[in-house]
Design a protein around this ligand. Structure first.
Ligand SMILES: N[C@@H](CCC(=O)N[C@@H](CS)C(=O)NCC(=O)O)C(=O)O
Length: 207
């Protein structure tokens, strides 16, 4: 049995949900983290020592870090899938963009989300919000440049790199954010919305 631990409104949990839906893999999801708690128990910490979500569990095997989970699922269940190409250079490009989503976007985008969606107005740190919006905008500019030249983040086909960035882009466009003009980024977001798994699991109300 494949089990995904993590609340469905977490972008990092959306990544493996989206992938497993794309691949039609059976899985069970268990709500933990955020208002559901249960991530500080010894049992959960054995699966994910950081106490964050997601964690993947498969017959006693466990894994954490959302991008590592994406790679593992492709390697284990869909080794020939173009989602994670095996040709070294093609794979290198996908890996590069997946890593860049974590190193450039995740942190500032999370500050923007927490401030605008999960913090009451009187408690918001607007200076930190402004700084995070600018940093996230710079990260999205990388994808704007890339999608000017290719339909997808790592090139001509939909890959794990689109999943790693794509879970965040719906929020970027629906929240009241000062954004640079990014028509290619918006067109890529519209392409993602045509995928049923994305529309259903990653593009709902932002909570
Ligand atoms: N680098 C980690 C980050 C995981 C992370 O920050 N998860 C957030 C949700 S997106 C979390 O666990 N927040 C605390 C909680 O939900 O209890 C990954 O990609 O899996």
């Amino acid at each position: 049995m494949r089990r995904l631990w993590g609340r469905a409104n977490s972008a990092n949990v959306m990544k493996p949900i989206w992938l497993m839906e794309e691949l039609n893999l059976p899985y069970e999801r268990i709500d933990v983290g955020g208002k559901f708690g249960r991530t500080d128990t010894p049992e959960y910490r054995r699966m994910n020592p950081t106490g964050l979500v997601p964690a993947l569990e498969e017959d006693g095997f466990t894994l954490w870090e959302s991008n590592a989970i994406l790679r593992y699922i492709c390697n284990a269940c869909a080794p020939d899938s173009p989602l994670y190409p095996s040709e070294p250079r093609a794979r290198g490009i996908v890996d590069c963009w997946m890593d860049a989503s974590q190193t450039t976007l995740s942190r500032p985008q999370s500050v923007v989300l927490w401030t605008l969606v999960r913090t009451p107005p009187e408690q918001r740190d607007y200076a930190a919000l402004q700084k995070a919006m600018q940093e996230a905008d710079r990260a999205w500019a990388l994808v704007e440049q890339q999608t000017k030249q290719h339909p997808y983040v790592a090139g001509d086909t939909f890959t794990l790199a689109d999943i790693a960035w794509g879970v965040h882009v719906h929020r970027w466009f629906v929240l009241p954010i000062e954004r640079s003009d990014a028509p290619s980024l918006y067109a890529w977001y519209q392409r993602l919305l045509q995928r049923p798994a994305y529309a259903t699991h990653c593009a709902g109300p932002v909570t």
